[in-house]
Design a binder for this molecule. Sequence first.
Ligand code: ADP
Ligand code: MG
Ligand code: MG
Length: 251
Amino acid sequence: DKLLDVNGLTVSVEEKEILHDINLSINKGETHVLMGPNGAGKSTLGFALMGSPKYTLNSGEILFNGKNINDETPDKRSKDGIFLSFQSPLEVPGLSLSSFIRNALEKNRGKRIRLWDFKKELREAMELLQMDPSYSERDLNVGFSGGEKKKAEILQMLLLNPKLAILDETDSGLDVDAVRTVSKGVEHYQKNRDGALLIITHSTGILESLKVDYTHIMVNGHIVKTGDASLIDEINEHGFEKYLELYAEKF
Ligand code: ADP
Ligand code: MG
Ligand code: MG
């Protein structure tokens, strides 16, 4: 039941190779965590999987549901069922959060969605995330606090219901309560949908109530170690030092 299969992927940004020979397989319904020091290339992997045009794939392939998507646009990948929540979500004056999500949903499904049905779904998801309903009519991310922006990202995820959700530091800069709420939203997605998750994180608050199947550690653009959920506790306690050494031995 392979959903994502990345084979020997090498990625450059502005002529500089950032990711080297990345191999990563994610099955349907699995949750993977990607950890690593600042600048390791975690966000780059997220952007490359989403197809951001700034990132050049030099070699290797990204298979999604068995199909090579190397040359697909971000729009097409979104239609295929890939979702990326950004580390720093964009502010879009003049476009309400509600319209933004409804547009994205209609684009993905290729048909109009009845306003009544949409509003109901939106309301339920906002309740789960403890977002004030008034936020849905506010301009996308404009004047939102860090926590509200991250909640808005999770809200999009819950409504779009992707096959693979990539969450890039969705928990960074949030207070304890916001982390818990965001985590609840992710837990809801994990339990009620059959989607897979790739969670990029520094801290582990967001992971507390989640089932984690695999943990990957990235150093200098290489995945140097893959293990189970126990790796997270180990990193929490001892940091990445051991893996910097492992990197030096291997590469
Ligand atoms: P992480 O998310 O693990 O902190 P990033 O993927 O953001 O790491 O960055 C990996 C490396 O790629 C860094 O050295 C960073 O400076 C470089 N990089 C990422 N994006 C760009 C960009 N748009 N232009 C130039 N360098 C970039
Ligand atoms: Mg493979
Ligand atoms: Mg990053």
